[in-house]
Design a protein around this ligand. Sequence first.
Ligand code: GRF
Length: 197
Amino acid sequence: MTLALGVLVSGNGSNLQAILDAIAAGVVDAEVRVVISNRADAYAVARAQLAGVEAVVIPHRDYPTREAFDQELIRTLQRTGVEWVVLAGFMRVLSPEFIQAFPGRILNIHPALLPAFPGTHAIRQALVHGVKITGCTVHFVNEGVDSGRIIAQRAIPVLPEDDEESLAERMHHAEHQLFVEVLRDVAAGRIVSHVEG
Ligand code: GRF
């Protein structure tokens, strides 16, 4: 059965694009039911619209609390029949209520080999620390920041001449492949929901 996805975004949406392209190519047996952005100016919103996918902007600043914002996310995802939630460059931390609304069915992609370099500046931190190998991680989302169980990782060498831009470019390329591989396996039932504890 075709997997019903909801994708949460805040920015460029290149991972969203990779997912949409893989679905269109028949590589992933899924349908993106809705793309939700907390920022109206995110290019990901245009990508969704160009693909004919419902795009909803829910500005977090319009809500008094994280819980109220998350309730609106949940309502939108449930209204559109979403089974699995994909965070693709979504820059907000989700509340326990949100996590519990999609138990074990929320995925995130992160531009580091977790548990190294969680948080917002993972690529910069890899360069600052001088690591020779970094990479990307797809993981289940729990109540922490980038701390849920790891599903898949791809290693990327850090080259002596790398700066943030060149490393980010190779990172994104690897992310797109890794995310699609994981979603293909979720859609095929090879990866199943995972609840901690
Ligand atoms: C990616 O590097 C992802 O790992 C991180 O945010 C970035 C999103 O990029 N969580 P894009 O919006 O998919 O192009």
